[in-house]
Write a protein that binds this ligand. Structure first.
Ligand code: ADP
Ligand code: MG
Length: 232
């Protein structure tokens, strides 16, 4: 579903990604682990089409992203540090706007259903500027899945969320996994990794350091493994 081939990103004279090659199959759930500054967010942004690689090629569903990026972007839902929401708009207005961008026909029912799912029904006609970080993130979750993407790219999605928002996010992720959506998640939250992901990729200093299956593994095993990689 995702093929990242020798992805290189330089900004100024700094090489942030030094050739990331990864293949992720349809329906897989993959954790992207690594220390701060490793390049996780940069790689996710390139994969989401938000940033252009300096070198390397990206294939989504077997097609070259460069050649077909408008269509392929429809297959991707990205949840990052920015919410991409308009703060003078309400949740309904924001989602209606994004539904238009994605050319969704009659999105009304779906928008209300999604706002229910993320627990924002009560606030759906309030401008986003009055919202807490947790509420904004819930709306950003709804925005990321509005167009039923086949791939979900999540950049530290649990960071700064209250317990209830964490639960809502996990329910959405589990539902999407059951629907066969490919989930790729950068995180430092090992228990979340164990509950969601079947594979972990460790990135360090812009390179893939390790790629392991999490089948039959525990959070302790992953923690030990990660620590051992960190000292190498
Ligand atoms: N726009 C940018 N300009 C300069 N350096 C950047 C930019 N974006 C990221 N970097 C640098 O690239 C490295 C990788 O960043 P990032 O992908 O955010 O890492 P991670 O998500 O793993 O913490 C860091 O050293 C960061 O400072
Ligand atoms: Mg990051």
């Amino acid at each position: 579903m995702i093929q990242s081939k020798n992805m290189i990103k330089t900004i100024g004279d700094k090489m942030i990604l030094k050739g990331i090659s990864l293949e992720i199959d349809g329906g897989e759930s993959v954790a992207v682990l690594g220390p701060n500054g490793a390049g996780k967010s940069t790689w996710l942004k390139i994969t989401a089409g938000l940033l252009k690689p300096t070198e390397g090629e990206l294939f989504i569903a077997g097609k070259s992203f460069k050649k077909d990026h408008l269509n392929l972007k429809q297959l991707i839902g990205y949840l990052g540090h920015q919410s991409f929401l308009y703060d003078h708009y309400t949740p309904v207005e924001n989602l209606t706007f994004f539904a238009k961008l994605y050319h969704l026909p009659d999105p009304g029912d779906k928008i209300h259903r999604l706002l229910d799912e993320v627990g924002l029904s009560f606030f759906k006609h309030e401008p986003v500027r009055s919202f807490s970080r947790g509420m904004i993130q819930r709306l950003a979750i709804a925005r990321a899945i509005l167009h039923d993407p086949e791939i979900l790219l999540l950049d530290e999605p649990h960071t700064g969320l209250d317990q209830q928002a964490v639960q809502i996010l996990n329910q959405v992720i589990q539902r999407k996994k059951k629907e066969g959506v490919t989930v790729v998640m950068a995180t430092h939250d090992f228990p979340q990794v164990m509950s969601v992901c079947d594979r972990a990729v460790i990135i360090k200093a812009g390179r893939v350091k390790d790629d392991v299956s999490l089948q039959q593994k525990t959070a302790d095993w992953l923690y030990d493994h990660y620590e051992r990689q960190a000292v190498q």
